[in-house]
Design a protein. Structure first.
Length: 482
């Protein structure tokens, strides 16, 4: 969806379809997304002075932090990536440096804009592909040593493979068999057969036919190079570097029409689109509309006085700081300024707190949102209301085996109650607890189907207690649940 058409209430309404509660987090994200569009409409020098208000979401695991990011990425028509803070290391340590998140964002933007441009040339590319396939099926200028019409021989073979019996070979003049298709009646005959083949191709009757096509040889793979940050994706293409020095090489392949369609489509669409224009547009979108979601940011908070691997955690924070403040990152598509990229961070902060982050990094996330722990009532809503709720997922899975399953209200309430109690007794993993409980409730049913005797199943509170009653009373709950 176009980001410019999204109002904050519409963003919240969309997120409400999949995520229960957490209204403050949804509102903060919705305002941040809309502010990007507002900044682009500001006139004059003030436009460059308006910086994004980065957000940090704080809450225990399973309350919806990552889900908000995942759903937001599908909603906004802007470059968006989700990264794990824990996979980055300080410069000088083995691992990925933090600038790679911007390179990943640029790669995402290139692919996104490329798909948009491909749609504009889709019909033209398909027309060119069909033309090339027909030329492979009916090559011009071919002689035959037999007295029979070569078009008749080719066409009869194809017609036979397609299972057609009403074609009359007498439509073609055998006296023309020794001539090239260069004009006169022979050209008319070729055109007539061409149209018949075209009709069969459009109807999908030639997909298994083997043809010979000429394709470009695959280019040399990208080569990774060592930079001062370590082994990175600053790849370069050897073929493109020496493309002007050596001619383009082609080779012939025998493939089915169906396979040829895919190969030739990629060739045609690559020829039609302008990669320079795509790159330019993608870099502009990255700089002005890019969104980076940094998950597990609490995992780079290390103890103040420690030695060993934890020393690099604060180093990662120092490396992230200039990226968020605004800097220029070199990519294989060109430099990207990060001044107006929106950063959304999230962390559970079980063993640390946001104030343990270095003060400079804290200041770059002016908007803090605390997500609430989920209640039993929230669990009931999670099971019932979202478009992709667990209950709807299990109903769809069993429907594929022709088994109907019905959860009544008492079953939903019982599952929610047990999940809430387990979270209170064991580690609180939020809504993820529903996965373990539901899977245990339906374990036996999922094991037995498909069985002719099982066609319709009703799940009520008694059914849930029957499968979980003894387990929930056991003192050693870790034996059954994570």
């Amino acid at each position: 969806m176009d980001e410019s058409k999204l109002t904050p209430p519409e963003v919240v309404e969309y997120l409400d379809r999949y995520i229960i509660g957490q209204g403050s987090a949804k509102k903060a994200v919705a305002i941040a997304v809309r502010n990007r569009y507002r900044r682009m409409n500001v006139k004059g020098e003030l436009k460059d002075e308006i910086m994004p208000k980065n957000i940090i979401m704080i809450g225990s695991t399973g309350v919806g932090k990552t889900e908000i990011a995942r759903r937001l990425s599908k909603l906004v028509g802007a470059p968006f990536i989700k990264v794990e803070a824990s996979k980055y290391t300080e410069v000088g340590y083995v691992g990925r440096d933090v600038e790679s998140m911007i390179r990943d964002l640029a790669e995402f933007a290139i692919n996104m804009v490329k798909k948009q441009h491909m749609k504009n040339f889709d019909e033209k590319a398909k027309t060119n592909v069909n033309r090339r396939i027909l030329e492979a099926l009916l090559p011009r200028g071919t002689k035959t040593e037999t007295a029979a019409n070569p078009l008749s021989n080719i066409f009869q073979a194809v017609v036979k493979s397609a299972g057609m019996t009403n074609f009359d070979a007498a439509d073609h003049n055998p006296d023309d068999s020794q001539q090239r298709f260069t004009g006169g009646e022979t050209e008319d005959s070729y055109q007539s057969t061409y149209e018949k083949f075209k009709k069969m191709l459009d109807e999908g009757k030639l997909e298994s036919r083997i043809i010979e096509i000429e394709v470009k040889e695959s280019q040399a793979p990208f080569v990774e190079v060592f930079s001062n940050q370590g082994l990175e994706e600053m790849g370069f293409n050897v073929g493109s570097m020496f493309g002007s020095m050596f001619p383009e090489r082609k080779k012939k392949k025998n493939v089915s029409v169906a396979d040829a369609r895919l190969i030739l489509y990629n060739e045609e669409i690559s020829r039609l689109i302008d990669m320079d224009a795509i790159t330019k547009e993608a870099l502009i979108k990255t700089e002005n509309n890019g969104i980076v979601f940094i998950d597990e940011i609490d995992k780079i908070v290390g103890a103040r006085e420690t030695r060993g691997p934890d020393v690099s955690r604060e180093g990662v924070q120092r490396d992230i700081l200039p990226i968020i403040e605004g800097t220029s990152v070199n990519t294989k598509y060109g430099p990207i300024k990060t001044d107006h990229i929106l950063f959304i961070a999230a962390g559970a902060f079980h063993v640390s707190k946001p104030s343990d982050l270095i003060p400079e990094l804290q200041g770059r996330f002016p908007i803090r949102v605390e997500l609430k722990s989920l209640s039993c009532e929230d669990f009931i809503k999670i099971l019932n209301e979202p478009k992709n709720s667990l209950i709807k997922q299990y109903e769809a899975l069993l429907a594929s085996e022709n088994v109907g399953i019905n959860f009544d209200e008492s079953a939903v309430a019982e599952i929610a109650k047990i999940a809430f109690e387990l979270n209170s007794t064991l580690e609180n993993i939020g809504a993820r607890r529903l996965y373990t409980v539901c899977e245990k409730v339906l374990e036996e049913l999922l094991y037995l189907v498909p069985t002719p005797q099982i066609t319709d199943v009703k799940i009520d509170a008694a059914y849930v207690r029957e499968h979980l009653g003894d387990i929930t009373k056991s003192k050693d709950l870790n034996k059954y649940f994570l």
